[in-house]
Design a protein. Structure first.
Length: 332
C-alpha cells in the first residue's frame, strides 16, 4: 500500500513538474516564433527560445489555466535601430489575445495590419510611437471587446472612421499626434460608454464639432491643435460630469457667456481660438478647477470675482479683446 501511494505521489510530482515547465500552447508557440522571424529576430525577443516554454518568454502573458497567449507587448524604451518591418500578419493567429501593443518602434512601418481583424477577444490595441501609416481601418469597429484604442504618435492619414462609435465597450480613444484630416464624425455622439476619454489632438481635423456630441458625457475631451471651427458649446452643460476639456489652438467661434459649465471641471483650456462674450459668472462655483486658460481669444467684460478665478495669473486671461478685473487691470 505504502509503495503504491509513494508511486502515485512520485508520478504526481513529476507530472506537475512537466505541466509547469511545459506551459505553452504549441500553436501559440509556433505563431510567436513566426512573429520573431518576421521582425528579423530582434534582440528584444532574445528570450523567445524554441527550447523553452513560451509562457516564460518576455513580452507575453498566458492565461493561467489554459496557457494560451493573452497579451503581447513589444515596446522598446530605447528605440532599437534594427527593429524594422511591418506588424507581422501572424499576430492575427493568436486567437486568445486580449492585449496587443507595439510601442516606441520608429522603424515599424506599413499599415495597421488587416490580420488584427481576427482578434475578436482584443480589449487593448495600442500602436503608439511607431511609423505605421495609411488610413485608420474600418475593421477596428468589428472588435466588440475593444476598450482602449490608442493610435497616438504615428503617421496615419485620412479621416477618422465613423464606425468607431459602434464599439460598445470603448472607454479610451486616443488618435492624437497623427496626420488625420476631415471632420469629427457625427456618429461620435452615439458612444455607448459614459465617461469615455476622447483624445484627438495634434491632427489636421477641420469643420464644425458635431452637435451630436452634446448627447454624450465624456470624462475627458482633448481636441486641441486642430482646425476645428464654429460652436463648441454642446460640449458643456450643467448636467455633464466632464473633468477635462482642452480645445486650445483651433478656430472656434462661440459666445462663452451662453455656456453652462459642468461643476465637475478640473481643467479647461480654450486658448488660441476666436471665442467672444464674457466669462460666465457660474465659473466661481466650479470648486475643483485647477487649470484654466482662456488667453488669445476675443473675450470682454469683467473676470468674475470669487471662487478660484483669482488664483490664476495674468497668462490665463491675457490677449483678449477687453477682459478686465483682477488679475488683469481693473475695469474702468
Ligand atoms: C540587432 O541588434 C542586436 C543587438 O544590438 C544584435 O544582437 C542582433 O543580432 C541584431 N539583429 C539584426 C537582425 O541585425
Ligand atoms: C518614418 O517613415 C518616413 C517615410 O514613410 C520616413 O521619412 C521617416 O524617416 C520614418 N521615421 C523614422 C523615425 O524612422
Ligand atoms: C439637469 O438635470 C436636472 C435633474 O435631472 C433636470 O431637471 C434639468 O432639466 C437638467 N438640465 C438640463 C439643462 O438638461
Ligand atoms: C495659457 O496659454 C498661453 C498660450 O499658449 C500661454 O502662453 C500661457 O502660459 C498659458 N497659461 C496658463 C496658466 O496655462
Amino acid at each position: 500500500m505504502g509503495t503504491i501511494l509513494g508511486l502515485c505521489f512520485l508520478l504526481l510530482l513529476s507530472f506537475s513538474h512537466v505541466a509547469f515547465s511545459g506551459r505553452c500552447n504549441p500553436e501559440d508557440k509556433k505563431v510567436l516564433l513566426q512573429i520573431k522571424k518576421d521582425l528579423n529576430n530582434p534582440y528584444l525577443l532574445a528570450s523567445w527560445n524554441p527550447e523553452t516554454a513560451c509562457c516564460d518568454w518576455y513580452c507575453v502573458e498566458c492565461d493561467p489555466k489554459t496557457h494560451r497567449i493573452t497579451s503581447l507587448i513589444i515596446s522598446s524604451s530605447v528605440p532599437e535601430t534594427n527593429f524594422s518591418g511591418q506588424i507581422p500578419p501572424s499576430v492575427g493567429d493568436l486567437p486568445y489575445l486580449q492585449v496587443l501593443e507595439f510601442h516606441k518602434l520608429p522603424k515599424l512601418t506599413g499599415p495597421i495590419q488587416p490580420a488584427i481583424a481576427k482578434l475578436t477577444n482584443l480589449r487593448w490595441l495600442i500602436l503608439t510611437w511607431t511609423n505605421i501609416s495609411g488610413p485608420i481601418p474600418d475593421f477596428l469597429s468589428e472588435l466588440p471587446n475593444l476598450q482602449w484604442l490608442h493610435l497616438s504618435f504615428n503617421n496615419p492619414t485620412g479621416p477618422i472612421p465613423s464606425s468607431l462609435s459602434k464599439l460598445p465597450n470603448l472607454i479610451d480613444l486616443r488618435l492624437d499626434r497623427n496626420r488625420l484630416t476631415g471632420p469629427i464624425p457625427d456618429s461620435f455622439g452615439s458612444f455607448k460608454k459614459p465617461g469615455i476619454d476622447l483624445t484627438l489632438s495634434h491632427n489636421q481635423l477641420s469643420g464644425p464639432i458635431p452637435t451630436s456630441l452634446g448627447l454624450i458625457d465624456p470624462n475627458r475631451i482633448d481636441f486641441s491643435r486642430n482646425m476645428l471651427e464654429g460652436d463648441a458649446s454642446m460640449l458643456f452643460g450643467v448636467n455633464k460630469t466632464t473633468e477635462m476639456i482642452d480645445l486650445s489652438r483651433n478656430l472656434l467661434t462661440f459666445d462663452m457667456s451662453k455656456v453652462e459649465l459642468p461643476t465637475s471641471l478640473i481643467s479647461l483650456d480654450l486658448n488660441h481660438n476666436q471665442i467672444y462674450g464674457s466669462i460666465p459668472q457660474e465659473l466661481i462655483k466650479v470648486d475643483f478647477l485647477q487649470a484654466f486658460n482662456v488667453s488669445y481669444n476675443r473675450l470682454c467684460g469683467e473676470i468674475p470675482q470669487g471662487g478660484r478665478l483669482q488664483r490664476f495669473q495674468v497668462d490665463t486671461y491675457f490677449h483678449n479683446r477687453c477682459l478686465c478685473g483682477s488679475p488683469l487691470p481693473s475695469c474702468k
